[in-house]
Design a protein around this ligand. Structure first.
Ligand code: AHM
Ligand code: MG
Length: 354
């Protein structure tokens, strides 16, 4: 009689191929309705990431992938063709999800409603379709940032007022996709931070690192020092401190997702402070700073405006900007200590002038 067949498990897989959808369900330890929803939502985001990664990888070869559209967005920034493509990709994939009623992004003045989804779709996707888009035309890394919020209230007047809540309250999930030499997706649903690498031959995101923790201190500081003379004196003092002490390296790519990813993996701090021209800095709270703040807190780090936790900032409007100091706990604390010292000095000065 022939031996019963034994599959060669050691050679059939390169490694334990944990896919994203399996991972989400494992994390939630549930097959309940909300776990199924989150798994579906993360899969849809992954699909958007794959479509965008595919277009980026061929951007020098196909028409209408590089360059500007000639339009400016609600923030007055010039819109690139890839910004619009990526924005539309997210809309298309979520139209088919049934779960998302509204999408709000950097590229749209008002949220985009999918009326057929609204009766049952109780989730909102907030996203920056292409973060760091100035890098697209020079073939450097860019990213997509996302957050999923639970819709509260019926929003019958389509004002989306319930989105103006602190990030700590109703962000269910957040993450980013980094389009670099490989495409990496990093996400959290409140159970730690996990990274997946896209295997293009399988078309699947495969688990690469689980429960990522930042070191409490790291060597990287990441900031556009070209704005030095536009910052408050406290930020200049911090940068002078870093220049005078050994062990720091400046790393700045012009794409927040890439710079943040380095800090998540190696430690350090990313800053985009307010400037004279932009007192609240450049980065948007709801779809850039708050999602990354969710991730960094889940990974044991910290994100503040310099004086307040990003996840506690109440948004005043959809496209609100906020200063951002994010990264390793001790490095963020150090930046904050310079800001606090300056505030104390000014209080003493004001008291003496009374
Ligand atoms: P974008 O989302 O329109 O690309 O703008 C955000 C980007 C961030 O990725 C990056 O950290 C920052 O803008 C760079 O700005 P600057 O050129 O002022 O340093
Ligand atoms: Mg951006």
């Amino acid at each position: 009689m022939a031996d019963s067949y034994q599959p060669s498990l050691e050679t059939s897989l390169d490694r334990d191929c944990t896919t994203l959808s399996r991972h989400v369900l494992q994390q939630l330890q549930s097959f309940g309705p909300e776990a199924q929803d989150l798994s579906t939502l993360m899969n849809r985001i992954a699909l958007a990431g794959k479509l965008i990664a595919r277009r980026l990888s061929r951007s020098g070869l196909v028409e209408d992938a590089l360059g500007f559209t000639g339009r400016t967005n609600v923030q007055g920034e010039e819109v690139k063709k890839m910004d619009l493509y990526a924005n539309d990709v997210f809309i298309s994939v979520f139209k088919q999800s049934g779960l998302v009623c509204r999408l709000a992004s950097e590229e749209m003045e008002k949220p985009y409603y999918i009326p057929e989804n609204c009766p049952i779709g109780r989730y909102t996707l907030l996203y920056d379709p292409i973060d760091g888009s100035s890098n697209v035309d020079i073939n450097l890394n860019v990213g997509s940032i996302f957050a999923i919020r639970r819709q509260t209230g019926d929003d019958l007047d389509q004002s989306a007022a319930d989105l103006l809540q602190v990030g700590r309250e109703n962000q269910l999930a957040a993450g980013y996709i980094l389009y670099g030499p490989t495409t990496v997706m990093v996400y959290s649903i409140g159970t730690g931070v996990h990274a997946f690498t896209l295997d293009p031959s399988l078309g699947e995101f495969i688990l690469a690192a689980e429960n990522i923790r930042l070191p409490d201190h790291g060597p990287n500081y990441s900031v556009n020092e070209g704005n030095f003379w536009q910052w408050d004196e406290s930020l200049r003092d911090y940068i002078r401190y870093v220049h005078r002490h050994e062990g720091y390296s400046l790393r700045y790519s012009g794409a927040l997702v890439g710079d943040f990813h380095r800090i998540l993996m190696q430690g350090g701090v990313f800053l985009y402070p307010g400037t004279l021209k932009k007192p609240n800095g450049k980065l948007r709270l709801l779809y850039e700073s708050a999602p990354l703040a969710f991730l960094v807190e889940q990974a044991g780090g910290k994100a503040t405006t310099g004086t307040e936790a990003i996840l506690d900032v109440v948004p005043g409007e959809l496209h609100q900007r906020t200063p951002l100091v994010i990264g390793s706990r001790e490095d963020v604390d150090l930046v904050e200590s310079f800001i606090q010292e300056r505030i104390r000095e000014q209080e003493v000065l004001q008291a003496s002038q009374k």
